[in-house]
Design a binder for this molecule. Structure first.
Ligand SMILES: Cc1cc2nc3c(=O)[nH]c(=O)nc-3n(C[C@H](O)[C@H](O)[C@H](O)COP(=O)(O)OP(=O)(O)OC[C@H]3O[C@@H](n4cnc5c(N)ncnc54)[C@H](O)[C@@H]3O)c2cc1C
Length: 656
């Protein structure tokens, strides 16, 4: 039996749903097919232990989503119409040390510096410059995150045009360990900043992963850590409500077996029960590059070889969900319950902390000085548990491939590892004891893979590692980075393995933009349609963008090359963009290039400005290019340009 749609989607993960919502909003007849009993993939809240206790099975916080125009402009009405609310806490993260001290990362830079100053005054000053620089460059990276990626070569050559850009390149290509050792002196400060990096599943010494050292402070001090009220899965619920509102259909517990192609074009999805669901316009699928050949016949062998070479993250996560009788109480006091993320350091020596990663490289579980994180989600969100009770989540880094027994051993081993973590947490909590625990559910990396076998391949929550060589227009590989599959017209990809990366970014928006372009639809018009004005504070208001640089309070002592770069790049009054600048907008309404002045120079006309409001632009228009430029201005454009002078910006193309 076959049913016809305009678009069929494999997988009701949040990315597939985001893209499906935009397409349904554009009037397309869309079907989403999901193999699980639940929608949302890694964005789900379920009663995993006992009824009444609601646990985030995978993702908890939605950090990068906070900058997505889907939220800041409420393009899908998730906040205004479909009942989604977020908590933004003032303390994105806290690190607890075994000697009873703690270090807080506040949303406020000054307060964070005060917390750092307990351990080192010099580090506090360095951090002020570091965080201010991070906050300044983050908008540049975020602008490109929710639309198809810019070519990596062009991006790198842009960076190469100024000292600020080269400093940024340095940070991107170095390792977090290198950067931290250059910048900071206090072991506790270094541990505090290394732990969130590890949370991205990056080894401390992985070269080409240093960008996170800017992104993390930049994001934390701009947005903090947003969490949906009611749990991560509330995002999925709102997406489903939105999708159905625009006429979309979802089929649950139906597994896609094949992408059906005819004459080099994807025409639909075949499910395990033999049904063909036809997509007249397009097929969208959440298929990992290493799984392409299972779903699509006849792909080019070289393409498959390159797709199979993608590199997974070096380690994974084991989660344990607890229903507890009395909410968690911390030795460090109530400040812990005010934080979004709680990290536990079992050593105060940075070298010892870094050495903890060594067993992971060998496929072993860390036994000495375990690293873990964990919080009672009900402290800030009482809807998660019955009154007075709590839902505790603990997470620890583990390998997927166990040296002894491979991934399959996880089924018999996971409870033992969860017990080790529970024991390790005892010095930090007063009541995380057997008599307070009602029930527990443990998920190993193998379980995560079972939950979403075509995204979390090898148990990797990011689909694949967040390395520079497979980032941006090289994610997952260059040929697949445009969300399409060479040799199969009409087939589009979404998933954590695509740009912008693994995590809850709402990255399906970028896939939707690409599909809109190919289908001749106006994305900006559809995104802007039916927009409701948000009456209440949502926390998703637009933040200062790159064109409104933040002013530093002080300059830090130069502490290593990266800090020097940061100090050089921190804005000064001359950086501020003038309202008189000529701005060229990108496809997604982002300010790509702003031109502030044109001056005669020896080679022709010198153009001064900024790219993405951050990296200086100093370019020369040579006489021959001016002549070519006039050649581009064909006669028929003259009346159009004249008319433009008197035109207001149209609603559909309004730059934002
Ligand atoms: C333990 C853990 C903790 C995490 N914590 C965070 C966090 O705090 N913050 C954060 O930002 N990110 C976090 N992540 C990562 C985040 O959950 C994922 O990156 C995100 O869910 C990816 O979304 P997606 O829609 O692309 O893919 P998925 O969520 O994997 O969705 C893909 C969907 O496709 C379905 N599907 C697959 N194959 C088929 C088929 N053949 N037929 C039909 N349907 C199919 C799957 O069942 C699934 O529903 C975490 C992940 C894990 C595992």
């Amino acid at each position: 039996m076959s049913k016809e749609y305009d678009i069929v989607v494999m997988g009701a993960g949040h990315n597939g749903l985001v893209a499906a919502c935009y397409l349904a909003k554009a009037g397309k007849k869309v079907l989403v097919i999901e193999r699980n009993k639940w929608a949302g993939g890694g964005v789900v809240t379920q009663e995993l232990t006992v009824p009444g206790f609601r646990h985030d099975q995978h993702s908890i916080s939605h950090v990068c989503l906070a900058a997505n125009p889907m939220m800041t402009d409420d393009e899908l009405g998730l906040l205004g119409k479909f009942d989604l609310t977020y908590n933004f806490l003032d303390i994105p993260s806290i690190t607890l040390f075994p000697d009873g001290s703690h270090l807080c990362l506040y949303k406020d830079i000054d307060k964070t510096c005060e917390s750092i100053a307990q351990f080192s005054q010099r580090d506090a000053e360095t951090y002020r410059t570091h965080a201010t620089f991070g906050k300044k460059v983050v908008p540049m990276f975020l602008q490109g995150m929710f639309s198809p990626p810019a070519p990596m070569g062009a991006f790198l050559s842009m960076l190469d045009q100024s000292q600020e850009g080269r400093d940024l390149f340095q940070m991107m290509t170095r390792s977090p360990l290198d950067i931290l050792n250059n910048l900071y002196e206090s072991d506790k400060v270094k541990i505090h900043f290394m732990k969130p990096v590890a949370q991205l599943l990056q080894m401390p010494d992985d070269m080409g992963t240093g960008l996170c050292m800017l992104m993390i402070p930049g994001l934390m001090h701009t947005y903090g850590i947003p969490k949906p009220v009611g749990g991560s899965g509330r995002l999925t619920d709102a997406l489903i409500r939105c999708f159905r509102h625009y006429g979309g259909e979802v089929v649950m517990e139906s597994e896609v077996k094949k992408v059906v192609t005819r004459h080099g074009r994807a025409i639909g999805l075949e499910t395990l029960d033999g049904q063909l669901h036809t997509g007249r316009d397009a097929v969208l699928a959440a298929i990992h590059p290493k799984r392409l050949d299972r779903f699509i016949d006849g792909l080019d062998e070289d393409l498959l070889r390159r797709a199979n070479r993608v590199k997974s993250s070096p380690f994974n996560i084991l989660t344990a969900h607890y229903a507890i009788n009395e909410k968690a109480k911390f030795v460090a006091g109530d400040v812990v319950t005010q934080a979004s993320a709680t990290e536990y350091a079992t050593t105060t020596h940075f070298k010892e902390f870094v050495d903890q990663f060594e067993p992971l490289r060998r496929g072993e579980v860390i036994r000495e000085k375990l690293m873990f994180s964990g919080a009672d989600q009900s402290h800030r969100d009482p809807s998660r548990a019955p009154p007075g009770k709590g839902v505790m989540l603990t997470q620890a880094f583990v390998p997927y491939f166990l040296k002894d027994g491979g991934p399959q051993r996880w089924d018999e081993y996971k409870e033992e590892v969860a017990d080790m973590i529970l024991a390790g947490m005892q010095p930090f909590l007063t009541n995380f004891t057997a008599d307070n625990i009602i029930a527990r559910t443990v998920d190993s990396p193998l379980d995560h893979e079972r939950h979403s076998p075509n995204s979390f391949v090898d148990g990797d929550e990011h689909g694949l590692g967040t390395y520079l060589f497979q980032g941006g227009s090289n994610r997952p590989i260059a040929e697949l980075s445009n969300y399409t599959v060479p040799g199969v017209a009409g087939l589009y990809l979404c998933g954590p393995f695509m740009h912008p990366s693994g995590g809850v970014f709402g990255g399906g928006r970028a896939t939707a933009i690409k599909m809109f372009q190919d289908l001749g639809l106006d994305f900006q018009k559809v995104a802007a349609a039916d927009r409701v004005t948000l009456q209440r504070k949502t926390g998703f208001e637009k933040k200062a963008g790159p064109d409104a640089p933040v002013a530093p309070r002080a300059t830090a002592a130069a502490a290593g090359a990266a800090a020097a770069g940061a100090a050089a790049a921190v804005s000064t009054p001359k950086d501020a963009q003038s309202m008189q600048d000529v701005v060229l907008y990108g496809a997604d309404g982002e300010r790509m290039i702003s031109i502030s002045s044109l001056e005669p120079c020896a080679g022709g006309l010198q153009i001064n400005g900024r790219i993405y409001g951050t990296v200086p632009l100093l370019a020369t228009l040579r006489p021959e290019d001016l002549r070519r430029c006039l050649g581009l201005l064909r006669w028929r454009l003259i009346p159009f340009l004249f008319g433009m002078l008197f035109r207001r910006t149209g609603a559909s193309s309004a730059p934002r």
